[in-house]
Design a protein around this ligand. Sequence first.
Ligand code: P6P
Length: 332
Amino acid sequence: MIEASRIAHSIGITLDRFIKNNQDQFQFASGELSQILRDIALASKVVNREVNKAGLIDIMGPIGTSNMGGESQQKLDILANIRFTRALTKGGEVCALISEETESYVDLNNEGKYVIAIDPLDGSSNIDVNVSIGTIFSVYRRKTPVGMAITERDILQKGSDQVASGYILYGSSTLLVYTTGHGVNGFTYESTLGEYFLSHPNMEIPEDGKMYSINEGLSNSFSEGVKQYLNYCKTNNYSARYIGSLVADFHRNLLKGGIYIYPATTQHVHGKLRLTYECNALAFLIEQAGGKATDGLTRILDIEPKDLHQRTPFLVGSMKMVEKAEQLLNTT
Ligand code: P6P
């Protein structure tokens, strides 16, 4: 008799099944976090469909407005923000969110116990040239009691207070990678079934690597320490890999080992990247995967945020590479 498995290969573990199988690890009301992850996954499927249609329908290019950081907003930025906001509002577990696309936090008028910080579509300027882009999200528990008015205290939380974080990479395939503080797992989207399947279990970043990601076109404005580290990379024949899309560079470095650096520059004296909805999420993930994330001096997750759109210098990746970079930044 032919083994069933020889005829029908297992289709693997769906994201839903994985969340259900692991929800008892989550120290708070696990069903609520599961709902949030499902809401994010649902929104990402809609965004994925729209990203893949860019070029066929009129959703590319700028809309003529700028976000809080003065960066030109792309049509897909706004669309993605709407999709994630709607999904989280309907899911009912999130009471407020801060987004790169909104000036202040958005009260979702839910009795939810959680708060989201999100960059709905990072690297969106790459959309028109078909380069991978991503969504980055952090999940926190609200500080104020349910029923009370939302305050900035609910939003301005240290990265170490995150209960979950992750990203979606809209690339050659679409991946959702997340952590709830018990390791990092990645899921690949199978669009014909409309499901994410576990494809990257227990992701761990190599302790060391030979790839560095930085915009060397800005090097005249780097500090001496950053220049010293770049010189160290070149002396050791490291490869420069800079996609210009944070999530894509981060994901490659997570898989192969490497370091991503966006330091202070003359144009961005506190760095370009945002603490609340970009760096904290990736810092939580990289530490869970055995790597390191710092502003050059301080652990990213220990930084006390003062402003919703606060920028920070950002070094993230393999433990030994970040440690070497920090050593040169702080001795030069
Ligand atoms: P630059 C995209 O705008 C982004 O926020 C990251 O995704 C990316 O790594 C970085 O900025 C690129 O910035 O100044 O090198 O073009």
